[in-house]
Design a binder for this molecule. Structure first.
Ligand SMILES: Nc1ncnc2c1ncn2[C@@H]1O[C@H](COP(=O)(O)OP(=O)(O)OP(=O)(O)O)[C@@H](O)[C@H]1O
Ligand SMILES: [Mg+2]
Length: 232
């Protein structure tokens, strides 16, 4: 189980994350919603080890990981897909995927890569193509595929649908469902609430660095409150 307890973070004197808590079991997808600048990305950066928390704790299956480096968080089973996707531009599709295999607990294998190509035929066709020559949608697929080969326990996905065509957006959400089926915990930040809510088991709305609403994805009253609080 992932347990985040009263997490705080600052940028200098700015107290951006003000005590956010969350619990998730294997195979749960949790949506994190909120207006621009409320601290969603900061929450992910703080969990992923990019930003040192100034309070609170992060534990996975009882193991305390608070304040660990990004590398240590990867080894502990966390994968972060940031908004800019972080494809290695000079590396080919295959080399990018190999980087995912490096992050895999217990080491990687070529066989595993083939199963990824079976799943992502567009990437298979482009395995020798440089990362920066892929379309936006293909880059998002590569970012998700690279996470899948690492077989993480917890995936943090920041606005994966941004700038993508509806068909690719549907594909991204299908991948998130597959991750859930595989028992992965997915924390999902999305502006695309109507699409995102249908893959979320639970959700949380942030406002000025704090949770102002939590609910269940398939509960009609909770959904209504979600739309009200976001004024959409
Ligand atoms: N590196 C930084 N240095 C200083 N302040 C920052 C930094 N990164 C973010 N902030 C500030 O922290 C607050 C939260 O930013 P964050 O990126 O977490 O918001 P967000 O909810 O992800 O917004 P968006 O929906 O626009 O992506 C904002 O006020 C932002 O200006
Ligand atoms: Mg953000």
């Amino acid at each position: 189980m992932l347990q985040i307890d009263q997490l705080h973070a600052h940028y200098g004197l700015a107290h951006v994350l003000q005590g956010v808590s969350l619990k998730a079991e294997a195979g749960e997808v949790i949506g994190l919603f909120g207006r621009n600048g409320v601290g969603k990305t900061t929450f992910f950066k703080t969990i992923a080890g990019w930003l040192r928390p100034t309070g609170g704790s992060v534990t996975l299956d009882g193991k305390t990981l608070t304040g660990s480096s990004p590398d240590a968080m990867n080894r502990a089973g966390f994968a972060f897909v940031p908004e800019d996707r972080r494809i290695f531009p000079g590396l080919t599709v295959e080399e990018n995927l190999m980087m995912g295999l490096l992050g895999r607990r217990g080491g990687g294998s070529k066989i595993h890569l083939e199963s990824v190509y079976d799943r992502f035929s567009r990437l298979a066709e482009r395995r020798k193509q440089a990362g920066n020559t892929l379309s936006g949608g293909e880059q998002q697929m590569l970012a998700m595929a690279r996470v899948m080969v690492a077989e993480p326990r917890v995936v943090l996905v920041d606005e994966p649908s941004e700038g993508l065509a509806p068909m690719i957006v549907a594909e991204v959400f299908a991948i998130i469902r597959e991750m859930r089926e595989a028992g992965t915990i997915v924390l999902l930040v999305e502006q695309n609430i109507h699409e995102a809510i249908s893959v979320c088991d639970r959700f949380m709305v942030l406002e000025r660095g704090q949770a102002i609403l939590t609910g269940e994805g398939d509960d009609n009253d909770d959904r209504k409150r979600l739309l009200e609080v976001l004024a959409i």
